[in-house]
Design a protein around this ligand. Structure first.
Ligand SMILES: [Zn+2]
Length: 649
């Protein structure tokens, strides 16, 4: 089946042209909201995105999924369907079939297991387009792609995925967590000087040995270098790293039986070894679909950190945070780990962009990582907002966005060379939160939920619960699933009780109602929450609140550190996502208006000149080209016609 429609441009170029081979690069900036991105654009901090908008299209914000969680929102971006249809309702999903699994059994919404519709890379590959999907949600496990495509169609699809089960998160080590000793029996000559110090560490299943030593070529007196080996009899270091010199080369380890590579960053090392700080990046298996993928065995295709140093940073392990009186060094170190991750993402993207691609789908978590840790300090809506602290934190949030903009510059260079379109999207915005609302504690207080002695939910006496889905939904414990006790006829009554109980909760400080809105599942309209794998009632909250499903304690409301979070109604201004497009068929200065994430797949298919499946609910955002006005974009027309006159494939 080959559905490519002859393009207007191909018609203009003359009948000798069989196909103009339109190309699209689709990139998602996780957690880059419309509100903050717009502010940074206005401040001139994102020059590449700024150029895209000048020469292409921007939107007035994009409404994504409800809840605005990464897996669900990306499923909308990548499939064009809402969760009730795609099967991906949140980051975690109630297991199906319902008749076999209770309301506490969940699966991973980032994986493809529950996906019920075709993602855009499947549609493209089915139409014979060479398609690359890198770190895209729901692209792994590969059984899904293998089931959707014939062997010959599968040859067009290349998936690179660094978020499998085999991941080891980055961690930091210092003198309190590693024991230094005088090296004994080491074969490397660097261990023979009196001052060298050795230590052991492990990355998942793989043990390593580290040696701090004095490099004679380094002017620093005392310990100035770290060398890594696997055993003392090794005669050369597998990697060496010095303070101030960035990340080491990649080092192979075994994570859950899979090969995974990590890098080391020597953040601090006192010459006497009394104090040091070492960061070990995340190590993620790189799963690759299609063994014939060109360059699949290049080193850049093997190492992936997955995320930046979010946990060590949050725990103060990179040094005191600005919020704890630090001077910005910890934030600088955190951003350096994100820059390292982004450099891996860029190197991998370049491998795909060097190929004769038709569609490349790319993902970067950098803006999400930085926003979760830091955006809470920028949000003026929080009661404890500290203007001085915000001014200190803000430059680091900006740096996170600048890393995305640099990535975009690489994509635009490739697109200019290839006459490709670039489409930039995000999955949600970000809001500051500093209070948790423990939904299950509130439901227990209202007599709707009871706990076992160990604190777990006792389904046999529970009528409503917030299942462990992190989507803020409340489920009625209906009889359709094992453990269910509420007959369908009583569902409405239980929902009313839930609304009464949660709707009466008030902020302990201001007395304001915490729940600002209730939503029931819907299959039409802007929000469309719900589906077979989630709850029966969805909530929105007073600014500053974030829901929790934990059951411990009696506290319904708990104060927390400010954080960036997203789960809220996607029409909230700070939850709006971004969408920009640039390329031959996008006239300069186009404004898409206010759009929905379901429009992205129809847009990409239109740009690829593929027929869109009839059941897609969204619409293409590509302005209709007319022969009267000639090619839509003057700045691109000549070049694109040039491209059209070469035979591509
Ligand atoms: Zn996200």
């Amino acid at each position: 089946m080959f559905l490519r429609i002859p393009s207007v441009l191909a018609l203009l170029a003359g009948s000798v042209i069989a196909s103009a081979a339109p190309r699209v690069i689709l990139v998602s900036w996780d957690g880059a909201g419309y509100e903050l991105t717009s502010r940074l654009l206005a401040e001139g901090r994102l020059p590449n995105l700024q150029r895209m908008l000048r020469e292409g299209a921007w939107s007035d914000g994009m409404v994504s999924s409800f809840p605005t969680k990464t897996a669900a929102a990306h499923a909308v971006l990548f499939t064009g369907h809402y969760g009730h249809r795609s099967g991906i309702t949140a980051n975690a999903l109630l297991l199906l079939p319902a008749s076999e699994h209770d309301r506490l059994e969940t699966e991973n919404g980032y994986f493809s297991n529950a996906l019920r519709v075709d993602p855009v890379w499947i549609i493209a590959a089915r139409n014979g387009l060479d398609t690359y999907a890198m770190h895209a949600t729901q692209a792994y496990p590969f059984e899904d792609a293998r089931a959707r495509l014939s062997p010959s169609e599968l040859e067009h699809l290349f998936i690179v995925h660094g978020y499998t089960e085999a991941q080891s998160r980055g961690e930091s080590f210092d003198e309190s967590s590693l024991h230094l000793e005088v090296p004994a029996g080491w074969a490397v000559p660097e261990a023979w000087g009196g001052e060298a110090r050795a230590f052991r560490f492990a990355v998942a299943e793989t043990p390593f040995l580290g040696l701090f030593f004095d490099d004679p070529l380094d002017p620093v007196q005392g310990l100035d270098t770290l060398g890594i080996v696997r055993e003392t009899r090794a005669t050369v270091f597998e990697a060496r790293v010095k303070p101030g010199l960035g990340f080491s080369t990649s080092i192979q380890a075994t994570v859950k039986g899979k090969s995974a590579w990590f890098s080391l960053r020597m953040l601090d090392l006192a010459p006497d070894g009394q104090h040091f700080l070492l960061y070990r990046s995340g190590a993620a298996e790189m799963a690759i679909l299609n063994s014939e993928m060109p360059d699949a065995d290049l080193p850049v295709m093997q190492a992936y950190a997955g995320n930046g140093a979010t946990r060590p940073y949050a725990r103060g392990r990179l040094g005191p945070r600005l919020a704890d009186g630090g001077d910005g060094l910890a934030e600088m170190r955190f951003l350096e780990t994100l820059a390292h991750l982004q450099s891996q993402i860029i190197a991998q993207a370049k491998v795909a962009l060097e190929e004769d691609y038709d569609l490349v789908v790319l993902y970067s978590p950098v803006t999400d990582d930085v926003n979760h840790e830091l955006f809470g300090y920028l949000d003026e809506a929080l009661a404890g907002h500290d203007e001085t602290l915000a001014a200190k934190v803000s430059p680091f949030v900006v740096q996170g966005f600048e890393l995305q903009d640099t990535f975009l510059g690489v994509l635009m260079d490739a697109a200019e060379r290839d006459d490709a379109h670039v489409v930039v999207v995000s999955d949600h915005g970000m809001a500051g939160t500093d209070r948790l609302l423990h939904l299950n504690v509130a439901l227990a207080e209202a007599g709707l939920l009871t706990l076992h002695g160990d604190g777990s939910i006792d389904l046999s006496t529970t009528r409503a619960l917030a299942p462990p889905l992190a989507d803020g939904s409340i489920a009625v414990n209906l009889t359709g699933r094992p453990g269910g006790i509420v007959p369908p006829a009583e569902k409405t009554g239980v929902l009313q009780e839930v609304r009464r109980a949660l709707g009466a909760l008030r902020d302990p400080d201001t007395g304001e109602l915490i729940i600002t809105a209730f939503f029931e599942p819907a299959t039409s309209g802007l929000l469309q929450p719900g589906g077979a794998s989630t709850g029966d009632l969805f909530l929105d909250y007073l600014p500053g609140y974030y829901p929790s499903t934990q059951t411990r304690g009696n506290l319904v409301v708990e104060m927390t550190e400010p954080r960036g979070n997203h789960i809220f109604v996607p029409t909230r201004r700070n939850m709006l996502a971004i969408a920009a497009a640039w390329g031959p068929r996008i006239p300069p200065g186009t404004n898409f208006g206010k759009i929905r994430s379901i429009d992205i797949v129809p847009t990409v298919l239109d740009l690829l000149e593929l027929e869109r499946p009839a059941d897609l609910p969204g619409r293409s955002l590509v302005p209709p080209a007319t022969l009267l006005s000639g090619t839509p974009s003057a700045s691109f027309s000549t070049k694109h016609l040039g491209a059209a006159s070469r035979m591509v494939k």
